[in-house]
Ligand binder design. Structure first.
Ligand SMILES: NC(=O)c1ccc[n+]([C@@H]2O[C@H](COP(=O)([O-])OP(=O)(O)OC[C@H]3O[C@@H](n4cnc5c(N)ncnc54)[C@H](OP(=O)(O)O)[C@@H]3O)[C@@H](O)[C@H]2O)c1
Length: 207
């Protein structure tokens, strides 16, 4: 998402800061939680949107500024903060990818003074939302790192070489999780937990 579609520099611990802001829309999702950490490792100025209950935790993972996506002024607030810092929002990873989220994301990039403007989204572009042509936007297919020729090297470096080290040193912190006990027969119970709504949490069923 960050390094293939948005074309950001590959993460290195203590990478030099870049003069651009990446916004993770949906930082409270599991994808968002990890995207914040990878973007931070890549040396970017990281903003995220999330429910207020997640702001403190996501700040501890490396998001510099957090915005409540339920606020009416979230678009204006995020743009204004980045412009004020002199690091306009250039990249957005939309981990939720609905008409509502992508509409806000396009609004943000329309108002941003960044020269490069790119969107990575995690699900297909919604049919009922116009895709503005002035931005580059593409969907991430996470599984491609295992078989697509131009991504195998990146996948192998990140997952086989870097990630074990980052987990050991704490540079990347695994997402919070809860375990539903009982094995494969409890998958339905796990799905019900997800259906009821979880925040910043993976639900695991051990099989
Ligand atoms: N294409 C791929 O390769 C790929 C790979 C993995 C996942 N995905 C997709 O990526 C999406 C995210 O997956 P996930 O497992 O990370 O999700 P998740 O953890 O279940 O996401 C739940 C969180 O989303 C946040 N959220 C809900 N509506 C939001 C909105 N309008 N704006 C901002 N945040 C909102 C909530 O955050 P708060 O608690 O902060 O309110 C909630 O806690 C799913 O659609 C999944 O299918 C795609």
């Amino acid at each position: 998402m960050l390094f293939h579609i948005l074309g950001l520099p590959k993460p290195e611990v203590q990478a030099p800061p870049l003069n651009a802001t990446v916004l993770i829309w949906g930082g409270g999702s599991i994808v968002g939680n990890l995207a914040i950490q990878f973007a931070k490792l890549a040396g970017l100025n990281v903003y995220a949107t999330a429910g207020k209950n997640n702001h403190e935790y996501l700040r501890s993972l490396g998001a510099k500024l957090l915005f409540d996506y339920r606020s009416d002024s979230v678009v204006e607030d995020a743009v204004a903060a980045a412009e004020h810092e002199g690091k306009p929002i250039a990249y957005v990873a939309d981990t939720i990818t609905s008409s509502a989220t992508l509409s806000s994301v396009q609004d943000i990039l329309s108002k941003s003074t960044a020269t490069v403007k790119k969107i990575a989204h995690t699900a297909p572009w919604p049919e009922d939302l116009e895709k503005l042509e002035e931005f580059y936007a593409d969907m991430v297919h996470g599984e491609e790192v295992w078989y697509k020729p131009d991504m195998i090297e990146l996948g192998s470096k990140v997952f086989n070489e870097d990630l074990p080290k980052w987990l050991e040193t704490g540079a990347i912190v695994p997402p919070p999780y809860q375990v539903v006990d009982g094995g494969v027969g409890k998958i339905q119970a796990g799905l019900k937990v997800l259906q009821a709504g979880v925040s910043n949490q993976k639900v695991l069923v051990k099989v």
